[in-house]
Design a protein around this ligand. Structure first.
Ligand code: UD1
Ligand code: CA
Length: 466
């Protein structure tokens, strides 16, 4: 089949505006589970083994082309400057798809389509030696879809707006996903007219033309309609998100994920979950996050671009962005870790801590109420409660370096740039503005003065009132 696939190309139609989204952003770039809608059909196509893929862009095409260039540099973009209908979109791309034997065409706004379905469509087309095979399905409420009208061996599609009352009763509809033999499509694509209700060139009109020219045409009926659910407005967007969310969770749970409350757990399509992971209720994991084996993610945690090590435990309300959490690290509750922070194995980050752009060495601890920014910490160091790295001087961010096996007293202010060598100790409440040499104790605070009898003198001065 592999060589067969190389004779296949895929054209994704993504030039439409999506008026009902009420958004400046083109529809195919609206996010579902934090990935653009267009991400999903592309992944389905690539997952089915297709390699030659193009997308027709038009409305806000620079944005769509820009995203494609970034995320899928191998997917070509073809411009449709004016959106004159699906038939027109396919026609302007003809020079590209004519180079292949068969072209799979699908809309860019159907995120639920799976690789399996696309693969079986392609196989059906090849096995039956068809010139056109398209996916149809039955739906209780066919409003808006093109109806599949079968007449003996011939099949045609009538758009909802053009259909007669009798034709509208038909519940078998067109999915908008087709495989054409390129030569058959090429021989009719210039003959499409636009004498219809929408004054558009309809791709489905190519089907009866191919049949008339003696080509084999088949409506291949899918068993369920879920995969063809299009996204046209925010309600359908939420419905598709819900389907995808459940699909992702079920797949992860089949592989061993212990998800305590699937109703409140959100995992993006790019997330990789290890073995025997536990997720507490109300968790979100997005982007290219990875969760290691036997890790536990506490309630209300939000991970985005986070790599969580094996056996790591995040207590509740931990937010991690673009950072790496080592094996057996414990974090939280109420922690914010961001911007390329790296915690080595067995680090402990406790309650109410923020860490930004910092590296923390093996077995070091930051147990309570600290801000650590632009900092490097060695191994086995303890950072006392309330320690702050004062990294910002109002103009630029400065670095703090803390060695291994240091003991930073509670409420130490480390005014960066500053370096503390290995085994350094700071007295609680110190404001450290100078480097601390290896093994030294740095105390930088006013000496305590006790003023005897203060309370009774104060009472006398105030006339004995308490
Ligand atoms: C289309 C089919 C209909 C089918 C339905 C399934 C046609 C005429 N009708 O209707 O039979 O039941 O899909 O969902 O094809 N697009 C372009 N350029 C254009 C016009 C559209 O790229 O000039 C893209 C859109 O962005 C969209 C896709 O083609 O991704 C489908 O177009 P749309 O206008 O949504 O067609 P439907 O009315 O849904
Ligand atoms: Ca549509």
């Amino acid at each position: 089949m592999e060589s067969g696939k190389n004779n296949f190309c895929v054209l994704i139609l993504a030039a439409g505006k999506g008026t009902r989204m009420h958004s400046e952003k083109p529809k195919v770039l609206q996010n579902i589970l934090e990935e653009p809608i267009l991400f999903y059909p592309i992944e389905a196509v690539l997952g089915a083994g297709f390699r030659h893929v193009s997308a027709v862009v038009g409305y806000a095409g620079e944005q769509v082309a820009g995203w494609l260039q970034n995320s899928y540099p191998d997917v070509e973009t073809i411009w449709q400057r004016e959106q004159l209908g699906t038939g027109h979109a396919v026609k302007i791309a003809a020079d590209w798809w004519k180079r292949y034997d068969h072209v799979l065409i699908l809309p860019g706004d159907t995120p639920l389509i799976t690789s399996d379905t696309l693969r079986s469509l392609m196989e059906r087309h090849v096995e039956n030696n068809n010139q056109c095979t398209f996916l149809s399905f039955d739906i209780p409420d066919p409003e808006g879809y093109g109806r599949v009208i079968r007449d003996g061996l011939s099949v045609r599609i009538v758009e909802h707006k053009d259909a007669t009352a009798e034709e509208r009763k038909c519940r078998e509809v067109n999915s908008g996903m087709y495989v054409f033999s390129s030569s058959a499509l090429a021989s009719v694509i210039d003959d499409l007219g636009c004498e219809n209700h929408q004054k558009e060139y309809y791709l489905p009109d190519a089907i009866p033309l191919i049949h008339k020219a003696g080509g084999r045409v088949e409506a291949f009926k899918a068993s369920s309609h879920t995969e063809f659910h299009g996204v046209n407005d925010p309600i359908q967007m939420a419905e598709s998100a819900e389907c995808l969310r459940t699909r992702i969770l079920n797949e992860a749970m089949r592989k061993g994920l212990k998800c305590m409350d699937p109703r409140s757990t959100w995992i993006g399509p790019e997330v990789v979950i290890g073995e025997d992971v536990t997720i507490e209720p109300n968790v979100q994991i997005w982007g290219k996050s990875e969760v290691g084996n036997c890790a536990r993610i506490g309630s209300f945690s939000v991970l985005r671009g986070a790599k969580i090590g094996n056996g790591a435990a995040l207590a509740g309300s931990v937010r991690i962005q673009d950072s790496v959490i080592g094996d057996h690290v414990t974090v939280g509750p109420f922690v914010f870790i961001r911007e390329n922070t790296v915690l080595a194995e067995h680090v402990h980050v406790g309650r109410f801590v923020e860490i930004k752009k910092s590296v923390v060495g093996k077995s070091s601890k930051i147990p309570h109420l600290s801000y650590i920014g632009d900092t490097e910490i060695g191994t086995g160091t303890n950072i006392g409660a309330g320690t702050i790295t004062c990294n910002y001087d109002g103009v630029k961010k400065n670095k703090t370096k803390i060695g291994s096996n240091c003991f930073i007293g509670s409420d130490t202010m480390l005014v960066a740039p500053v370096e503390l060598e290995d085994n350094a100790v700071t007295g609680a409440g110190s404001v450290i503005t100078q480097d601390v040499p290896e093994g030294a104790l740095a105390v930088a605070r006013a000496r305590q003065r006790n003023i005897e009898g203060w309370h009774s003198r104060k009472q006398k001065n105030e006339g004995g009132k308490d």
